[in-house]
Design a protein around this ligand. Structure first.
Ligand SMILES: [Zn+2]
Length: 407
């Protein structure tokens, strides 16, 4: 029975929100992981040879294998398996032109081989081998990888502020997770697909009204780092940032309903703090180093801007709870706050909506139903309309003025 529901839900979601990678990507199949003597070996068949690089990252310890874009046709269940000191591995598109495989290490290990063998018929085979290493040796390799990554990276951001003469409000929708980071997974449904379907429907609805310019932090199944999501909103000159999630609780299937969160250093309750900590792990899940403290723009003015922005965020969050509550089931404490990193833009009012709990069979069914989605999307739109009508000083502008000029 549970299986039947899962299969049904999976079929419904994939049609909307699992855009297939371009067909000209090489295809990876037949992932196999095994221990041979003191070596753990991962192999995958490829439709043609590609370039491969390997690095290691400490805390949590992982080995990271980078490839150009690859269309992974590998059963996700295979990847949950580990072998020897590799407890599990996962894979997915990391950026538009990069794919990544991450191996979780239960003990320090080094990549002793990462190569593509050319096979007959123009095919390729990825072969990755790892051997256990001492802690010091592993740390040294991780430090070297981190230094190389810092040199190489300066992320390019799409868009730059409002177009000249644009008077409509800019709303940035942020479907959580994506690519290598599936978010909560219940049966065969992943949070990343559910929230992308919702975000896409919300974008369509808002655009149809003609009142808003709408941008999304991702509109397909790709990974976007948390700081980049914030940066996209700021670069777009966003008046409002809405992050969409759908959590899961392993222990409590009866907990259900939607919750609206705002950002704050102090969480309103322990459950919210735990949830924020989990969502903040998204970068680590995808094998990114934490970038804590990267954006420290400047003391007191920033604090002031933040306070302004927070006031606007709260106003919008209350609007949302009111409107959503009129048409969908809400959590018993529907308005809360915690330290979500994705809600950290100092000058863009930001909220995070947990649409419901995928761990609740009833919620899971609703989250995937077209009629529920349209109802909830309409409620969010009404909340956005109400917010911009109520605030005569367009939200965010007061904050922006404090820290001007905004880049
Ligand atoms: Zn999430």
């Amino acid at each position: 029975m549970a299986f039947g529901l899962a299969a049904l839900l999976a079929a419904g979601v994939s049609a909307v929100s699992n855009p297939r990678p371009p067909s000209d990507f090489p295809v990876a199949t037949d992932a196999k992981i095994e221990q041979v003597g003191d070596t753990v070996r991962l192999t995958m068949a490829l439709s043609r040879p590609v370039a491969v690089t390997a690095t290691v990252i400490a805390g949590p310890d992982r080995a990271v294998i980078d490839l150009p874009s690859v269309n992974f046709q590998v059963q996700p269940a295979n990847a949950r398996r580990g072998a020897g000191f590799v407890s599990a591995f996962r894979f997915g598109l990391f950026t538009a032109d990069k794919a990544r495989i991450i191996l979780d290490l239960a003990q320090p290990a080094l990549v002793t081989k990462a190569e593509i063998r050319e096979m007959r018929g123009g095919f390729g085979e990825l072969v990755v081998e790892l051997k256990r290493a001492g802690r010091a040796e592993f740390q040294a390799a991780a430090a070297e990888s981190a230094a190389r990554a810092r040199e190489a990276s300066a992320p390019a951001l799409p868009g730059a502020g409002k177009a000249p003469g644009e008077t409509r409000q800019v709303v940035v929708i942020d479907p959580g997770h994506g690519g290598i980071d599936p978010g909560a997974v219940v049966a065969s449904i992943s949070e990343k697909s559910v929230v992308l379907a919702f975000g896409t429907a919300l974008k369509r609805k808002l655009e149809a009204s003609g009142r808003y310019v709408v941008r999304m932090t991702r509109d397909d199944d790709r990974f976007v780092p948390l700081q980049e999501r914030v940066a996209i909103a700021r670069a777009a000159g966003a008046d409002l940032f809405i992050s969409i999630h759908a959590d899961s609780l392993t222990q409590a299937q009866e907990v259900r309903g939607a919750t609206v969160y705002t950002g704050s250093e102090r969480a309103t309750d322990a459950e919210s703090a735990r949830l924020a900590a989990k969502e903040n792990q998204a970068d680590a899940v995808a094998g990114l180093e934490s970038e804590e403290g990267v954006q420290d723009i400047a003391g007191i003015l920033m604090d002031l801007a933040k306070r302004e922005t927070r006031t606007f965020s709260s106003v919008f969050a209350r609007n949302l709870v009111e409107r959503l509550g009129g048409s969908v089931k809400m959590h018993k404490v529907p308005l809360r706050s915690a330290g979500f990193r994705v809600l950290s833009a100092p000058d863009v009012p930001s909220v995070l909506i947990e649409l419901g709990y995928m761990s609740s069979p009833r919620d899971a069914e609703l989250l995937n139903s077209e009629s529920w989605r349209l109802q909830a999307v309409s409620a969010v739109e009404a909340a956005i309309d109400g917010y911009f009508e109520r605030e005569r000083t367009p939200a965010g502008k007061a904050a922006a003025a404090v820290i001007a000029p905004k880049e």
